[in-house]
Design a protein around this ligand. Structure first.
Ligand code: FAD
Length: 610
């Protein structure tokens, strides 16, 4: 059942209260309620994802964030490594969380990523050898909508065909696909073809076909899969429009652990039937808005556990609002510290995004999507095609090919920096090829056709933080990814720019692209100028991780134990991207799904669920 108002709740007590109906939260809600004797309440700040064409149409992903009603609308603090720029930091605020608004790239990280987690946590259950079985539970590999022959584009034995989330290969040919493949043959081993880009047992290195969380030309999210399967169950209640303000201590154990089994929430701004007579404004700004009246908070309690699944920005925010964090910071904001842990909100690691844009020669301009997107007649024809039979440009992702690369081992940077990757099959950076002007947040030029090679720093060594701005739960937290702070990070991005120029110089593109687009890119002809170009244009690819990091029970650093229980607490667990200490070497929804599948088994075992 999905409720929209807290007054509809028939109980204030559940076996489990899950905070956040996002990627991980809905996996747990669905798995836990497979047992009809277990009751679960999920609290979600955002609204419903149903009947939203922007969400369900794969190609429109880039248009539903940032700065929309589906987004938390965060902004990064001025980034020192990026000329002190600030920019949008989207996070899904809707059923499905980021899985409803993301760009649908789907992978699982490398085996080395998981093995590093197993090693640092001391729990071999996190190793790839154990985690890979969750691919079968999670994934439902389906044919692409254009029905093309996919032989040689993926390796069936690496995939699941009976799981929950639909995953498919591209369903609409992009004009550059055949050129990208030709380039993999023309260039050296650095750009070799890779037959399967899902990661895990397969090295991610090389260039191959994108796998997306798309089935039948429609987005597949945690909401359309895990929740859709469970929502009719009487033991599952999902409450949307409910912002969790904090978790509340409900007692302590003989051994001194503090129990947190209650959750305080209130209606999301703009959705309440305000008991105060005044409703909240639909947008609450960064400033503390003292005149805003909020609905009286509601408290619900878990018999077994509270599970935080609010994501890598909001989970540490909720912990800090609850008095779990760096005591000094909390006291400065007049929050009573209950558990002093400076690791809460620290260790933020994220991937970057740099659009390297090339101008397409006039004779091929009409083969780019720019041409389609700019032409109202062509665009409406595509919309019609998607609405009628879920095919065409809009049924497909924004790219068809991607690749993962390493900085050469003889690069001078390795004289001063130890290789940050978890192993030799794991990349330092990524490239994504699109046949249009792909630069999130930047308006498309009025004329011309483009090809974009987005490059992404995959193994960052910089670490940032999530901190509270004030003790007001409606204030946006201070998001500081601290991008490009280290020499390694800028060196890897420099390598990515040089390599994408090498890639674009392959004979396959010689009659297709004419020049680099934009003066910053055109002027990037020396290392120093490439660095300046990188710092001036790079933003985020939206993969924050590690802000409530897992560590051994005995470790001095960390927020959760290997079983995801919050240190020094009882009855409180975290299951989302914040617990994995290193951002995985790939796009990140797949790793979060696998994490949540295993978390369910850990919880089930710990709680003796029959
Ligand atoms: C624009 C964008 C594009 C991306 N593209 C890709 C991609 O192509 N491929 C990929 O693999 N990954 C992508 N990602 C990243 C990926 O989607 C995330 O890493 C992953 O989904 C995070 O899952 P999560 O469960 O940790 O958090 P989320 O899915 O964000 O879930 C958190 C949920 O908690 C809710 N919540 C938060 N605070 C509160 C509160 N106080 N009260 C109540 N509810 C709350 C949120 O509204 C949300 O629903 C993208 C992300 C974004 C934002």
């Amino acid at each position: 059942i999905t409720f929209t108002q807290s007054t509809q709740l028939t109980s204030k007590t559940y076996d489990y209260v899950i905070v956040g109906a996002g990627t991980a939260g809905l996996v747990l809600a669905s798995r836990l309620t497979e047992n009809p004797s277990i009751t679960v309440l999920v609290l979600e700040a955002g609204g419903d994802d149903a009947n939203n064409t922007g969400i369900s149409t794969p190609f429109l992903a880039a248009s539903i964030t940032p700065n929309t009603s589906l987004d938390w609308n965060y902004t990064v603090t001025p980034q020192v490594g990026m000329d002190n720029r600030t920019f949008a930091y989207p996070r899904g605020r809707v059923l499905g969380g980021c899985s409803s608004v993301n760009y649908l790239f789907h992978q699982y990280g490398t085996d080395d990523d998981w093995n590093r987690l197993a090693k640092l946590s001391g729990d071999s259950g996190w190793s790839w050898n154990n985690m890979k079985r969750y691919v079968q539970k999670h994934e439902k590999f389906v044919p692409p909508v254009d029905g093309h022959n996919t032989t040689g584009q993926f390796i069936p034995s690496l995939h699941g065909f009976n799981g929950m989330v639909s995953v498919s290969l591209p369903g609409n040919n992009q004009s550059v696909d055949s050129r990208v493949l030709a380039a993999t043959r023309q260039l050296g081993s650095e750009f070799a073809f890779n037959e399967d880009m899902s990661g895990g047992d397969r090295s991610l290195l090389g260039i191959g076909f994108l796998q997306s969380s798309v089935g039948g030309g429609v987005r597949s999210s945690s909401s359309t899969s895990y929740l859709a399967k469970a929502n009719e169950r009487p033991n599952l209640t999902v409450l949307i429009n409910a912002v969790v303000m904090k978790v509340i201590q409900t007692g302590s154990t003989h051994s001194g652990l503090k129990s947190f089994r209650s959750v305080q929430f209130t209606a999301s701004p703009g959705t309440a039937i305000s008991l105060t007579g005044k409703s909240m404004p639909s947008h609450v700004s960064n400033k503390i808005v003292t005149e805003v009246k909020i609905d009286p908070p509601v408290i619900v309690t878990a018999r077994r556990e509270v599970i935080l699944a609010a994501g890598a920005v909001n989970t540490p925010q909720i912990l800090q609002l609850s008095g779990i964090g760096d005591s000094k910071d909390l006291q400065a904001l007049k929050i009573h510290p209950i558990i002093d842990n400076p690791s809460v909100g620290a260790n933020l690691s994220d991937h970057t995004l740099l659009p390297n844009i090339f101008t397409v020669k006039p004779q091929h301009e009409d083969r780019t999507f720019d041409h389609v997107l700019r032409n109202p007649n062509q665009l409406s024809a595509q919309i019609m095609q998607w609405q009628t039979n879920k095919t065409g440009v809009l049924a497909n992702n924004i790219a068809n090919n991607l690749g993962f690369m390493r900085v050469p081992s003889n690069d001078p940077i390795f004289r001063t920096t130890k290789d940050p990757t978890p192993g030799p099959k794991s990349p330092h950076w990524e490239m994504i090829v699109s046949n249009f002007f792909l630069s999130p947040g930047v308006p498309v030029p009025p004329t011309g056709g483009f090809m974009t090679i987005v490059t992404v720093l995959i193994s960052p060594t910089s670490r940032g933080s999530i901190k509270l701005r004030s003790n007001n739960p409606f204030d946006k937290p201070l998001v500081d990814p601290n991008y490009l702070h280290t020499e390694f990070d800028i060196a890897a991005m420099r390598d990515s720019v040089k390599s994408s120029l090498k890639f674009a110089a392959a004979p396959a593109f010689s009659d297709y692209i004419s020049d680099r687009y934009g003066s910053a890119f055109q002027q990037a002809t020396t290392d120093a100028k490439i660095d300046a170009y990188v710092r001036s244009l790079t933003t985020t690819i939206f993969h924050p991780f590690g802000t409530a990091a897992m560590s051994r029970e005995s470790a001095k650093f960390g927020v959760v134990n290997p079983d995801l229980t919050v240190k020094k607490t009882e009855g409180l667990r975290i299951v989302d991207a914040s617990v994995i200490p290193y951002v995985p070497s790939s796009h990140t929804q797949g790793p979060v799904y696998l994490l949540a599948e295993r978390a369910f088994e850990i919880i089930k075992e710990a709680q003796y669920i029959p």
